[in-house]
Design a protein around this ligand. Structure first.
Ligand SMILES: C[S@@+](CC[C@H](N)C(=O)[O-])C[C@H]1O[C@@H](n2cnc3c(N)ncnc32)[C@H](O)[C@@H]1O
Length: 277
């Protein structure tokens, strides 16, 4: 049975491990171009301490090393933290910043008040239920220095589109929304980031949005499959689909998305920067 929370698909099998590595590389490459553009105009202390909340396999770290001298990567899955550590070594990121890898969220870190320069989190807030989101936000604000920056990036999954659409694509989007409802998490987190920051008493300094359209045989079409494949374990793990059903539906989804006559648009991503006043 596939694990419930699967940004990873590999179960120790070499070809699956290679598929994971290819997907992580694709996601990092694609999202990091936008992350870099977002962060480069913000007033960072480049010698400061940055928390990467929900760091996953460290996909954002090649960018984040340019905006801090010390990075605390937090993550609920130990296996991903170890992959993030290996990724930093492979990419020689340790020459640019020091890293600390911590299991769990920010609230569990017992940080000194006003000790952190930047809190960064990409595609993490959508995965939290409402009480966890509130306590992680409170902990973020307490840990930040005055004038420190909160930078978040998240999606609105309801804006994910295939044109012209197909029954299988619609079925996947529908299933995804049901999965989030089942878990009490937030599929429309992107547009809600502003209210989250304002509610915590931050001053908003920048908001951007972007989506990535891919037509014909554009290689960014693979990004969509990577994301759907990653959440597929959630469908299986929560009993929404059998493994066999997921496999068949995913094969059809692959054919639909890769169909050169269709254009796939990633969900709209909101990037928000806010300052602790
Ligand atoms: C979609 S991934 C994003 C990873 C990374 N930020 C990136 O952009 O490449 C979300 C990550 O958040 C982690 N996560 C979920 N809930 C968490 C929590 N309460 N505390 C810390 N990490 C969490 C998941 O395990 C997953 O690796």
């Amino acid at each position: 049975m596939a694990p419930e929370n699967t940004y990873l698909t590999s179960q120790g099998n070499e070809s699956e491990r290679q598929a994971d590595a290819a997907r992580i590389a694709e996601q990092s490459l694609t999202l990091n171009l936008h992350t870099e553009k977002f962060l480069k105009d913000l007033p960072f202390e480049s010698s400061g301490t940055l928390i990467d909340f929900g760091a996953g396999t460290g996909g954002a770290h090649p960018v984040l090393v340019n905006y801090a001298s010390h990075i605390i990567a937090t993550e609920v899955e130990e296996k991903k933290l170890r992959m993030a550590e290996a990724y930093a070594q492979t990419k020689e990121l340790n020459n640019k910043a020091t890293f600390e890898y911590r299991l769990g969220g920010i609230a569990g870190l017992e940080l000194a008040n006003e000790s952190i320069d930047t809190i960064y989190g990409r595609l993490i807030w959508q995965h939290l239920d409402s009480p966890t989101r509130s306590s992680e936000m409170r902990a973020s604000r307490t840990a930040l220095k005055r004038g420190g920056i909160f930078a978040g990036e998240d999606m609105d999954l309801l804006t994910w589109r295939l044109e012209p659409t197909t029954p299988t694509f619609d079925f996947f989007i529908d299933s995804l929304i049901k999965l989030y409802q089942k878990k009490g998490t937030e599929p429309r987190m992107g547009p809600k980031l502003t209210a989250l920051c304002e509610g915590a008493g931050f001053e908003i300094i920048k908001v951007n949005t972007y989506a990535i359209p891919a037509s014909g045989n554009d290689r960014f079409k693979r990004l969509h499959l990577g994301i759907f494949q990653a959440v597929g374990g959630g469908f299986v793990g929560t009993g929404m689909m059998t493994e066999e059903q997921f496999k068949n539906e995913f094969a059809q989804l692959t054919a639909d998305i890769m169909d050169e006559s269709r254009t796939a648009h990633t969900p709209l991503v909101t990037q928000i920067a806010a300052r602790k006043i």
